[in-house]
Design a protein around this ligand. Structure first.
Ligand code: FMN
Length: 180
């Protein structure tokens, strides 16, 4: 049985939901897992974990600065333990190249090159945004030709099946014999 830490950065809450979903799924497979909001958990990787799945969301082209700091500080452990990165963005919903670009930038900045990377679409949570954010996000969506412009509702693009597959592949990798 593995004990897996799932630290995450989330501004509007979608990545928090994805991290909690991953942790629940891991527990449902008989392992231990804890999702931790890095905004409050601090930048130390607690002792006793066998694996780490870091999740972060993209705003203005970058993942959260405090997630970058966590990864930089714990690079040694992340390189030593089985680990993965989950990157959440709107680009992952149809603009794979940009979504990959954000991860490349993150990897360059932190020096961490995780063996497993999951790119997942986040959400347009209009009802959670303040007036200015709502206008900015509607303009971005409109410029991209998206029909999702009704700011009285939210649009969630996360494909939970994909998150499940990614998590189960990661778990399968842990039990695979060395070299496979
Ligand atoms: C102000 C703002 C800026 C954003 N900038 C980007 C961006 O540059 N690229 C992108 O792909 N998605 C961008 N997004 C979309 C977020 O990545 C998406 O809403 C994600 O679900 C946010 O995750 P969170 O709720 O965990 O913070 C932005 C969203 C907001 C609200």
């Amino acid at each position: 049985m593995a004990n897996i830490y799932v630290p995450y950065g989330s501004v509007e809450g979608q990545t928090a939901q994805i991290a909690e979903y991953i942790a629940e799924l891991i527990r449902a497979h008989g392992h231990q897992a804890e999702a931790a909001d890095l905004k409050h958990a601090g930048d130390t990787l607690p002792a006793g974990y066998d694996c780490v799945i870091v999740a972060a969301s993209v705003h203005m082209g970058k993942h959260e600065g405090f997630v970058t700091d966590f990864v930089k500080k714990n690079r040694g452990e992340l390189d030593r333990l089985p680990s993965a990165l989950v990157s959440v963005s709107l680009a992952a919903h149809g603009d794979e190249q940009s979504a990959e670009g954000y991860v490349e930038k993150f990897e360059e900045e932190t020096g961490w090159r995780p063996a497993h990377v999951g790119l997942f679409a986040g959400a347009l949570l209009y009802t959670h945004y303040n007036f200015i954010k709502k206008r900015i996000m509607k303009k971005i969506a409109s410029d991209k030709g998206s029909p999702d412009l009704d700011t009285t509702r939210d649009y969630v693009y996360t494909e939970w099946d994909g998150v499940q597959r990614f998590t189960e592949d990661f778990l399968a990798g842990l039990s695979a014999p060395a070299g496979q």
